[in-house]
Write a protein that binds this ligand. Sequence first.
Ligand code: MG
Length: 274
Amino acid sequence: MIRWHNSCNPTNANNKIFSQPGFGLLSGLQHRLISLFDKMPLDVADEQEQVQDKKGIDKVHSREDSVEALANLELSYEQVRKELTNKWLDYEKSCFIYLYRGGGEPSNTLAAFDLDGTIIKPKSNKRIPKSATDWQFFSAWTKVKLQQALRENEARLVIFTNQNGVGLKVVALEEVQQRIELVTKRLNIPCTVFVATEKDEFRKPNLGMFKLFTRAFNSSMKVALDRSFYCGDAVGYPSHSDADIKFAQSLKIPFIPPEKFVRGVKPKLSESNE
Ligand SMILES: [Mg+2]
């Protein structure tokens, strides 16, 4: 059960989230941040002192070093600030949340997507990706159509993906995370990605990921489902799950398969409710 009902302003929600029951900041990100800080130059004053200690009072030399160090320091802080806007969180270790470039502005209109077989597909033509880099966009039109849909609907991009391979320990969480980081970077659109790794209330067609999104990541803004849409490939054709279409039907959100989305066909609410 999701028991967290605090509604936060997302500008500070992302910061407050870590202290909420069930939420955690992933150690992977902590490691990345630590390595980023490691690359930062020493504090300018410390560096100047060290130069003076080692080489006597060579003020000109130390001043030049300091100016250069300051420039590098500003660059590094900028990089760190940019990096900080990308965050991995987890909820009770079974729902993982990636906020890319802050996760996007709160909105009552959503452009919601599944990930595998919808935004991307394996480059290797295998059913399951072989590695974090084994992917390509579902279509050459995916990125353009996505940008167009977001612009026309003033929508927020949210991705809901089932990754039970992680729960079954056949795929490493880090591999899934890396793939998501690469895909979002290529899309270069602020977005929030929810990853369900266990067979529990978060796994589609259950609505746990969506409920978590609306309760904690959209500034208590109610989603206008009739003006939003959900795009996914799991529609129950032979040998395929029907998790996506059932997810949309439960939400009563217009549903569109990826083939139609990239052709630019607008979804109709009736398609998901018939
Ligand atoms: Mg899929």
